[in-house]
Design a protein around this ligand. Structure first.
Ligand SMILES: C[S@@+](CC[C@H](N)C(=O)[O-])C[C@H]1O[C@@H](n2cnc3c(N)ncnc32)[C@H](O)[C@@H]1O
Length: 360
């Protein structure tokens, strides 16, 4: 009982102390929640929350029109499901760059913040022990505790869709990562996941991240390219999926934030000055056609994910950019989802895992 009380007090105190906005030009999530009575904050808050709607889906308000995917509950669920799929693919790891004891970490385009929270409280053991007992052992310095507990993790996003209750070493800001960054201190590790279709100028983003890394720090980007492949030609049995993918690619290019240019990212990182650039491409099946149990499990979750990803990707891109009606989009989506049930289609997506290091 006593330990639980101490734990709760510690968490509250540390949550309050983590409420300072580190970046004066962005809007801290804590500031948003705690300073509602101040009128200027209220007006900033309402402009951030003044969401836009299109065909029944909700979109971000800050820097309106910069990002083509929704930010509503359905989309948040999709992001969290994809976090689990990444975890399955990477065998529970949440990064592949060989980082060691990073103190300052930035997660750009953090979404629901699920990666940032996971990173901040990344456990190596004691995962099934009640948290008050873990905390007690940590206070006595008897546990290896969280691998990155000493790091300070900042996540930024256009949408304020992150949780309020987060680990004390994690905080969120509303910001546009393609604007000029004003962080006063360098980061040890900068991470961005699932940002294909979010980036207008990838070379510039690489350079900006480079400028804000300390020497020896890592920049890691992980993303699926929006495309499908098969090694046996069976993707030919999924013509609507192929059509939807090529329409989304066409629309995202017209929108100015392509979803299929990940092949160019490693070269852009080298050009920006990173060394030891590594690019791993991992195949992942979007449906459970594979025999291998791990791949089948990934496919099962991916199939559930597709129910939400297909409409999320097509809604604005096909309507506002390519001029399709909602009915036309719904019919295309229905065919794509029907095709994802055909296990004779041995389709896979490509996950790009790319990182580089700022030289010492
Ligand atoms: C597909 S989600 C990925 C979320 C998260 N990285 C993850 O892997 O769970 C892309 C996120 O990037 C955010 N985003 C897109 N463009 C952005 C920008 N210019 N600045 C900040 N966030 C941005 C979107 O709001 C969205 O939450």
């Amino acid at each position: 009982m006593c330990i639980t009380m101490i734990a709760i007090l510690l968490i509250i105190t540390r949550n309050l102390s983590s409420c300072s906005a580190l970046n004066p030009h962005s809007i801290s999530r804590c500031a948003l929640s705690s300073l509602e009575s101040e009128s200027y904050r209220t007006s900033i808050k309402s402009s951030v929350l003044n969401y836009k709607y299109e065909n029944g889906r909700r979109y971000h308000a800050y820097r309106e029109g910069e990002y083509a995917l929704p930010n509503d509950e359905e989309e948040q669920g999709r992001m969290d499901l994809l976090h689990h799929i990444y975890s399955l693919i990477l065998d529970g790891e949440i990064h592949i760059a060989p980082i060691k004891n990073p103190q300052r970490v930035l997660d750009i385009g953090t979404g629901t913040g699920i990666w940032a929270v996971d990173f901040a409280e990344y456990e190596t053991d004691f995962q099934i022990v009640p948290s008050c007992i873990v905390l007690f052992f940590r206070m006595l310095n008897l546990s290896s505790a969280s691998q990155y507990q000493s790091s300070e993790v900042i996540g930024n996003d256009l949408s304020p869709i992150q949780p309020k209750w987060v680990p004390p070493n994690c905080q969120f800001e509303i910001d546009d990562f393609e604007s000029e960054w004003s962080y006063a201190h360098h980061f040890d590790y900068i991470h961005g996941r699932e940002l294909a279709g979010s980036i207008h100028d990838f070379p510039r983003l690489c350079k900006q991240a480079f400028a804000h890394l300390r020497p020896g720090g890592f920049y890691e980007i992980q993303s699926f390219t929006i495309d499908i492949f098969s090694d046996d030609g069976s993707v030919g049995k999924a013509p609507y999926t192929k059509q939807a993918v090529s329409l989304v690619q066409e629309a995202s290019a017209k929108f100015g934030k392509p979803m299929d240019n990940l092949d160019t990212w490693p070269a852009a990182m080298k050009e920006a000055g990173y060394t030891d650039v590594v690019c791993k491409i991992v195949k992942a099946p979007p449906s459970p056609w594979a025999k291998d149990p791990k791949q089948k499990e990934i496919g099962r979750f991916f199939k559930a994910h597709q129910v939400h990803s297909v409409p999320a990707y097509t809604n604005v891109l096909l309507s506002k950019v390519l001029g399709w009606s909602k009915t036309e989009i719904d019919i295309l989506n229905m065919h794509v989802l029907r095709e994802s049930k055909n296990l004779e289609v041995h389709q896979y997506g490509k996950l790009y895992l790319i990182y580089g290091r700022k030289p010492l």
